[in-house]
Design a protein around this ligand. Structure first.
Ligand code: DGJ
Length: 735
């Protein structure tokens, strides 16, 4: 049983294969957090430990008895003496914000209920997980809060969210409703976060926590380029492979906060994640409910490598959905960096034809195919083929692509409207805006108001028509601006602060409708590159354009950082031209192809300009990728060398049954007389024997993991070396 209840002690013990999470109901009804760490078979001793800690507390009795502010709590309230940040804040008809939640009841159910209108991890059978729901009440307010905890049998993953129910007669206004709050017994920890910017997404930052508060956030209306909705608390001695790591990620695509507050005496760390309260409020009328997004908590005592593999497996198997979840992804070519806005149907067909000859399987037509769009200043919302560029329409182009034996994909930016468009002329109120204020444009565009049902219907209809008319197999769903004046003409004044969250809910409703209507279509998420790479979007779209930066050297860091949470199959990675369009850097083809082959592989350049040599290299890269793509896309991922620590990087992909593995080694610029690089491999069967191509030599798994594999360095900048390991069966090994 993954959830054990000790009824007399009112103690709840939740277990995953490698972790335990425990809390209890105190005598006064508050939920006290006891433990989150390596798995324990019996949690009752935790009570004795807690009692001893209280007994030995050096403070005088009267201080200890009244000090709610130093308790370790599960979902802390505001206004009753805890001066740390609360998990929720509710404005009452009286004007007060004070609240206190106490235990009322609990229930356990097999499986995991879906979250209404929100993306979430799921189960395919009730056997896979158990869910504990704790009902808390604030009797003064008639407010009920149900805390939901799901533990999986196969992953060290705990999912939490909260559901608020107004059981009274007056309207309550939620000003803060976080998804998870945990007070951890940690005296030292490093806060690991993924931070960056456009063309520099998800660089790994590690900050030692000290007394006070450290937080990451987005207030841009989308999860954004600045920080990912994820953080991990690592023991100071933790590494890639060893040590304790506790991670928090939010299954959400809008404003968020992830924060830790360490107390001055370093006795507790309050870790919280949820919707950012600054641009949020929610009116809860009598009988109404509000559900927070889901927080995914992962524990690992195998460093952040173990943490990543748990995220990867759970995301691949129980967050992503649809037929493509388990299907190998096609090798694609995208015309954006080849042509930008300047193309004609004939160019596209020729690019596709030449790419097909290289083994490419999917042609993607990017921005510029609709309305009067010859640059980025017009036509978003007018989703009709550009008369000059596509004179025979979308279906004619699609037919030619399909005629080549390729799939046809198309770019759209459905959440947007250009002020220069027919759509805007007809519906100037359909964008997010605030009356009497300027409508700030970003990239000459405004955001459609997805809180509105009529606008959502328009978006669903527009995308459906394009998919149907163009017989489309793949949609690249782009989104290229943050929110500015956050307001909706359709909401009353008292609900204006609900706009940002309602927008995200509207988007999820649209995506749910479209992905259910067109299950055969592969959707790729994009937001000026990786500006909305989050667990919420991955629930609907199983891959994301990782970054607009296609430079191979920059990509090493971007893909390495991204892999902290997201599996390689979710990362779009393309070979582009040199000099690179973002960095101006010239790198060898082998490096560009090698780095792209460690993700969801494709091309983004004009194949018509290839030299014979490049054509040969490209054909070979596609062939190689196809031979290993199951391993890359569905294997376990290990980081061996970090590009953040030097001029090398190495990654490894291992089949679930450990019968096969791929080692990828990159050196951006070798130093003179560097000794050979020996790489200690990971994840192999210790007693298995592996043939290492291209050496044609045979090694035991434990030798490769302990002593290591020596990588043959070459001369020259930008080296990429791939070694494919295959386990051999000895005579007598069975069938
Ligand atoms: C931003 C995306 O990240 C790019 O890949 C490209 O699709 C452009 N938008 C097109 O405008």
């Amino acid at each position: 049983m993954p959830i054990i209840v000790h009824a007399d002690e009112r103690l709840f013990h939740l277990m995953t294969p490698g972790s335990s999470y425990a809390f209890r109901v105190r005598e006064d009804g508050l939920l006290e957090h006891l433990y989150w760490g390596a798995r324990m078979e019996d949690a009752l001793d935790l009570l004795r430990v807690a009692r001893a800690a209280r007994r030995l507390d050096p403070r005088p009795d009267h201080l200890r008895a009244t000090d709610v502010g130093s308790l370790r709590l599960e979902y802390p309230s505001y206004g009753t003496g805890d001066h740390r940040d609360p998990a929720y804040d509710v404005l009452q008809p009286s004007g007060s914000h004070a609240s206190q939640l106490v235990y009322a009841s609990h229930r356990i159910q097999p499986g995991k209920p879906r979250l209404p209108g929100l993306p979430a991890f799921y189960v395919e059978s009730d056997f896979e997980a158990d869910t504990l729901e704790i009902t808390l009440v604030d009797p003064v307010l008639s407010l009920q809060v149900v805390l939901s905890y799901t533990v999986y049998r196969d992953f060290d993953l705990l999912c939490r969210h909260a559901r608020f129910e107004n059981a009274g007669t007056g309207t309550l206004v939620l000003r803060r409703a976080l998804s998870a709050s945990v007070d951890l017994d940690l005296r030292e920890a490093d806060f690991i976060q993924l931070s960056g910017a456009w063309i520099r997404e998800r660089f790994i930052e590690r900050v030692p926590l000290g007394p006070g508060r450290h937080e990451i956030m987005s207030r841009a209306g989308i999860s954004g380029h600045k920080h990912s909705p994820f953080f991990a608390l690592a023991a100071p001695n933790a590494t890639e492979d060893r040590g304790e790591v506790r991670a928090f990620a939010l299954v959400y695509s809008g404003n968020f906060v992830g924060a830790c507050e360490m107390e001055p005496m370093r006795q507790n760390v309050r870790a919280q994640i949820g919707i950012h309260p600054a641009d949020f409020s929610w009116r809860l009328g009598p009988g109404e409910t509000f559900v927070t997004p889901e927080a995914a908590l992962v524990y690992s005592d195998e460093g952040w490598g173990g943490m990543s593999r748990t995220f990867h497996r759970a995301i691949r198997r129980r967050l992503c959905q649809g037929p493509y979840r388990d299907r190998v992804r096609p090798v694609l070519i995208n015309n954006w960096e080849a042509t930008y806005f300047d193309f004609h149907e004939d160019d596209l067909v020729e690019i596709a034809r030449q790419a097909r000859d290289l083994g490419v399987e999917l042609f993607v037509l990017d921005d510029g195919w609709f309305g009067q769009r010859d640059d980025d200043s017009t036509s978003l919302g007018d989703w009709r083929p550009h008369p000059r560029k596509l004179p025979h329409g979308l279906r004619h182009l699609a037919d030619q692509i399909h005629g080549l034996g390729m799939q046809f994909g198309i770019w759209m930016e459905p959440e947007m409207v250009s002020p220069k468009s027919k759509l805007y002329e007809e519906h100037p109120d359909w964008c997010l805006h605030v009356p009497d204020r300027p409508r700030s444009e970003r990239r000459h565009q405004l955001m459609l108001d997805l809180t509105r049902e009529d606008v959502r219907a328009f978006v669903v209809d527009a995308v459906s028509r394009v998919i149907e008319e163009g017989a489309v197999d793949y949609v690249k769903w782009d989104m290229n601006r943050p929110m500015t004046e956050v307001g909706s003409a359709a909401l009353p004044p008292e609900r204006q602060r609900e706009t940002a969250h309602r927008y995200v809910l509207g988007l999820y409703e649209i995506l749910e409708t479209l992905t259910s209507r067109f299950p055969h279509v592969l959707f790729e998420n994009c937001a000026s590159g990786g500006g909305r790479f989050d667990l919420g979007m991955l629930h609907y779209m199983p891959q994301t354009w990782t970054s607009d930066n296609t430079d191979a050297v920059a990509r090493l860091k971007i893909q390495h950082g991204t892999s902290l949470v997201f599996p390689p199959v979710t990362m779009g990675a393309h070979v582009s031209a040199v000099p690179n369009h973002q960095m101006g850097r010239v790198t060898p083809f082998a490096l560009r192809a090698g780095v792209a082959m460690c993700g969801n592989f494709g091309f983004e350049l004009d194949v018509r300009r290839f030299s014979d040599e490049e054509r040969r290299e490209a054909r070979q890269a596609v062939e190689r990728y196809k031979a290993v793509r199951e391993l890359v896309q569905f294997g376990d991922f290990y980081r061996l060398l970090s590009p953040f620590e030097g001029h090398e990087a190495a990654w490894m992909f291992v089949a679930a049954d450990r019968s096969e593995a791929l080692v990828a080694y990159f050196c951006t610029y070798p130093d003179p007389m560097e000794p050979p690089r020996r790489l200690a491999l990971r994840g192999l069967a210790p007693d298995g024997r592996y043939v290492a191509e291209p050496f044609a030599e045979c090694f035991r798994g434990d030798t490769l993991m302990r002593s290591g594999l020596v990588i043959p360095r070459q001369t020259g900048d930008g080296q990429a070396v791939f070694i494919h390991l295959k386990q051999i069966r000895e005579e007598g090994d069975g069938p």
